[in-house]
Ligand binder design. Structure first.
Ligand SMILES: [Zn+2]
Length: 258
């Protein structure tokens, strides 16, 4: 439904003029209702940015939003493994661990132990759509350190490329299940379901109120995504930012229904 609404709105009459008005209406609506959030809205059919309220286009740490790209790199030359997360001893955010995990479950739960185990086996050149910094450590590859920084626009475009290319099934399953019962489950229910990934990035400001900033990427509808939003909320977690992203999606659906 959302896809049809997008197309009908974007391509009636003068395409460029309509797109501009459409983007302006999204930008105005989001800026008015989400003053404490930074939001980027991308049309996955055209890769056009429809709205962007990020305060800066400077590169930012993105935490676990890197993990699906590591998964894509690993799957180029390996089958998806099953591993065991023991929690804190394995440097996972979940103190008691996730237990045995497949790759898709590791994406859904954003398991640090799983991706720290994968990272040493990843040639950085195999990571698609997001070139990592040189001499990168496993902790940086999975977003535990703030050293790999990406602009909001480049991150959204990388997700657009990942989700519009033939996307490996474990990545799609993991992002779908992240929204169903994983770290993005606070995104809520939306027609057609969603694909989502959360990240909690180390804060790099000099006056941080908390140790991290929350981020979430959400693409809808799940089967054939046509819209992607990237949301950042300062001084919180990715899971809590998913809760903030849910009403934004609902707001976009309402906007398109008018
Ligand atoms: Zn874990």
């Amino acid at each position: 439904m959302l896809a049809a609404l997008f197309l009908s709105t974007l391509f009636v009459g003068s395409a460029s003029a309509q797109t501009s008005l459409y983007a302006q209406s999204i930008q105005t609506a989001i800026a008015a209702r989400t003053p404490n959030l930074e939001v980027l809205v991308l049309d996955l059919r055209t890769h056009e940015t429809l709205a962007n309220t990020f305060h800066s286009e400077s590169p930012i740490p993105v935490g676990s939003l890197l993990k699906p790209f590591l998964a894509a790199a690993y799957l180029k030359s390996h089958p998806a493994p099953t591993m065991v997360c023991h929690g804190k001893p394995d440097r996972c955010w979940k103190p008691l661990g996730h237990g045995s995990l497949t790759l898709s479950e590791a994406i859904a739960q954003s398991c640090n132990a799983y991706f720290l185990a994968l990272a040493p086996n990843l040639p950085p050149a195999d990571i698609p759509f997001l070139p990592p910094p040189p001499n990168v450590r496993p902790e940086t590859l999975i977003g535990l350190t703030p050293d790999w920084r990406i602009t909001p626009d480049a991150l959204a475009q990388a997700y657009a490329a990942l989700l519009t290319a033939p996307t490996p099934a474990p990545i799609l399953d993991g992002m779908r299940n992240s929204a169903r019962y994983g770290t993005a489950n606070r995104t809520g229910l939306h027609p057609g379901g969603v694909l989502a990934k959360t990240g909690t990035a180390p804060c790099i400001d000099s006056h941080c109120k908390a140790s991290g900033d929350g981020l979430v990427v959400v693409a809808v509808p799940a089967a054939h995504p046509t819209l992607l939003i990237l949301v950042r909320k300062r001084a919180t977690t990715g899971a809590m930012t998913a809760a903030a992203a849910g009403p934004i999606l609902t707001q976009l659906e309402t906007l398109h229904a008018q």
